[in-house]
Write a new protein. Structure first.
Length: 225
């Protein structure tokens, strides 16, 4: 299932979500301009677990838990992440407020990066992408709006079709896939040689669950509860 839109209105203009999307796009355009210097740039500002766990010679390494959130490995990586942020970010920003949402997004991204570092502390592959922070956004949406209809593309016999599915199923299924693949990746070569950072997704999602449950407990206004 590939989400294409949701049906929740928002009360305040999602300025932070739009700003985050713009920042990610601009950062990627900058990457494209680097040419042969791109690899060195990603090694410097991507989150390299081995540098973070042993920052003696890389004092800037902890900062890369933030900078890596705005870097991407290709057009499809960027477009996929921004699609999810565009669909689900506005309502989470609406619930948490502009400043609260921005702080949460950054904390979720850092938590996601740390989760990946914990499972592959000696990896020298730079982790890049907003998906860990966006995983946190998905978790808050799931907690606050589990029954909200989400339009998704699903395969049919002859073509893709659009179906309306509750957020609980769409985002719950997404997390199950991340968890399943994360467990499968433990101890395999992909942990050291690259690939999808499954545990960054899991870590960001868990941060989002905690924030979402806290927001719900403190009476954040919700729809489709």
């Amino acid at each position: 299932m590939i989400p294409v839109s949701d049906e929740l209105p928002y009360r305040r203009v999602p300025l932070v979500t739009w700003g985050l999307i713009a920042a990610n796009v601009l950062a990627f355009l900058w990457e494209l301009m680097l040419g042969p210097d791109l690899e060195r740039f990603l090694m410097t500002w991507g989150a390299v677990p081995a540098f973070i766990t042993n920052p003696t010679h890389y004092p800037w390494a902890p900062l890369t838990l933030l900078t890596s959130m705005f870097l991407h490995g290709g057009w499809m990586h960027l477009i996929g992440n921004m699609l999810y942020l565009w669909i689900f970010g506005d309502n989470v920003e609406d619930a948490l407020g502009h400043l609260g949402y921005l702080l949460f997004y950054l904390v979720a991204g850092v938590g996601a990066g740390l989760a990946q570092v914990m499972v592959a502390p000696s990896s020298r592959i730079p982790g890049v992408g907003a998906s860990g922070a966006i995983a946190g956004v998905l978790a808050v949406y799931l907690v606050l709006y589990p029954a909200a209809p989400v339009r998704v593309l699903v395969p049919g016999f002859y073509m893709m079709r659009i179906a309306r599915v509750p957020a609980l199923i769409v985002l719950g299924f997404w997390f199950v896939i991340q968890l399943f693949n994360g467990v499968l990746s433990l101890g395999t070569a992909t942990m050291a040689t690259g690939g999808i950072a499954w545990f960054a997704h899991i870590g960001g999602f868990l941060v989002g669950l905690l924030v979402g449950l806290g927001a719900r407990a403190f009476g954040v206004r919700r729809y489709y509860g």
